[in-house]
Design a protein around this ligand. Sequence first.
Ligand SMILES: [Zn+2]
Length: 136
Amino acid sequence: MESEYVASRWTRGNFLFPTRLRITDQSVVRRKRSWFSVNEETVNARNIANVNIRTGLIWSDIRIETSGGSDPLDSHGHSKSDAREFQKRVQELQARAGGTPQGAAAAAGDTRACPYCAETIKKAAKICRFCNRDLS
Ligand SMILES: [Zn+2]
């Protein structure tokens, strides 16, 4: 199942060719067109370290941090709800793609909501990976 998130045309650099973020079964693809070329970057879910959202007055910027030592992928000009949904989808994707016992546990529903920020975290977590608060 793929979903695509398109930046708003009314934001910087997106008027003619808005940036598109696509979530596939195993990866996130950022596609940015220009007049003469298409720039497409793919990050495997296993190499995604984190998805950060910076929300301004109207639009949200999405930053995908990678663990492979490559540059983070930025996309700006998304709606707040899109940005949050994108972040959630990527986290689900990470849980599925993890293949690790933790990933499997997360996929199996071994999670709870952080009491501080309400993000979904693992039951065994001692520190929230979203807000970094101590949960012990
Ligand atoms: Zn939290």
